[in-house]
Design a protein around this ligand. Sequence first.
Ligand code: G3H
Ligand code: 13P
Ligand code: ZN
Length: 311
Amino acid sequence: MALVTSKEMFEKAYKGGYAIGAFNVNNMEIVQGITEAAGELKSPVILQVSKGARNYANHNYLVKLVEAALLENDIPMVLHLDHGPDFETCKSCIDGGFTSVMIDGSHLDFEENIALTKKVVEYAHDKGVVVEGELGKLAGVEDDVKVAADDAMYTQPDEVEEFVNRTGVDSLAIAIGTSHGAFKFKPGQKPQLRFDILEEITKRIPGFPIVLHGASSVSQEYVKIIQENGGNLADAIGIPEDMLRKAATSAVCKINIDSDLRLAMTAGVRQVLTQNPAAFDPREYLKVGRANVKALVAHKIKEVLGSDGKA
Ligand code: G3H
Ligand code: 13P
Ligand code: ZN
C-alpha cells in the first residue's frame, strides 16, 4: 500500500468515535516498533517527523524507513511533518514525499498565522498533500521553541471558524491544557483538560477534525525503570489516559505522542546497560527499546485510541 493522506482516516475516525495515533519517529527501531504494533492490530497510523528529527536522521533516511515499513505492514500510513516552522520546511517535505504537513503558526498573531497557513495550504493542496494548522499555544519545549506554562494560551472558540475558513486547513491543533514533554503539570497539581473549550470549538466547526498535541501519559512504569537505572525523572507527569480516551471519542481525530516513546525506548536501553554494563552490541539494548516501543503503541491503540481493526 502507498502512503495516504489523513483525509479518509479522519472522516472514519470522527464518525467512528476513535482517534488515530500520531507517533514521532527518529530512527529505525522507533519506526519498526510503531508500525509492527499498528500492523498486527490492523490500525491506521500517522508517523510524524519534526524539524529536529530531520536534522538528526536526515529527510531521505526517514522517508525510506517509512517506505520500508509500508512494505512490511499492510495498513494505511501517513507521513506527516510535525510542527513545521516555516513555509520552506513544509515545501521541502511536500516535495519530498510527505502526505501531510503541519504549519505551526501558533506563536504568530492571528492575521500572520492565517497568512502563513494559507500559503502552505495553497502549495500543499496543489500537490495532493493535507495541512494541519494550530490555534492557541501549548506550554513546553519543541525544537527551539520554549513556551512557559504562564504563556500558554487556550484556543479561543470564537476564532476557529474564521481560521479554518480563511486558511482552508484540513485539521486544527488546539490548546486545551495538554503540553509537550514529560513534565506537564506541577507536582501536586491535578491534571485537567478543558473539555468545555473542546465542546465550544466543536459547535463552531462541527465535523471538523481536531488534533491534540502534547498527549503523552508519561507511563509511571517506564519512569520507575529509568529512575531505578540512574535517570532523574522525579515529578514527571502526563495526561491521564482516561482523559485521552474521552477525547478520542469526540471531535479529536489525531493524538500526538512522542515523550511516551522516548521513555519506553530509554527505559529498555538503560535497563540492559545497567544489568549488563559490559554490553557493547547496540542490537542488544536497542532491541529491548524497540520491544518497549511496540508494547506501548499496542497499548495506546487498544486502550486509548480505539483504532484497532480500523485499517
Ligand atoms: O512536539 C514536539 C515533538 O515531541 C518533537 O520533539 O522537536 O525534539 O523532535 P523534537
Ligand atoms: P508529547 O511530548 O506529550 O509526547 O507530545 C508530542 C507532540 O505533541 C508532538 O507534536
Ligand atoms: Zn506537538
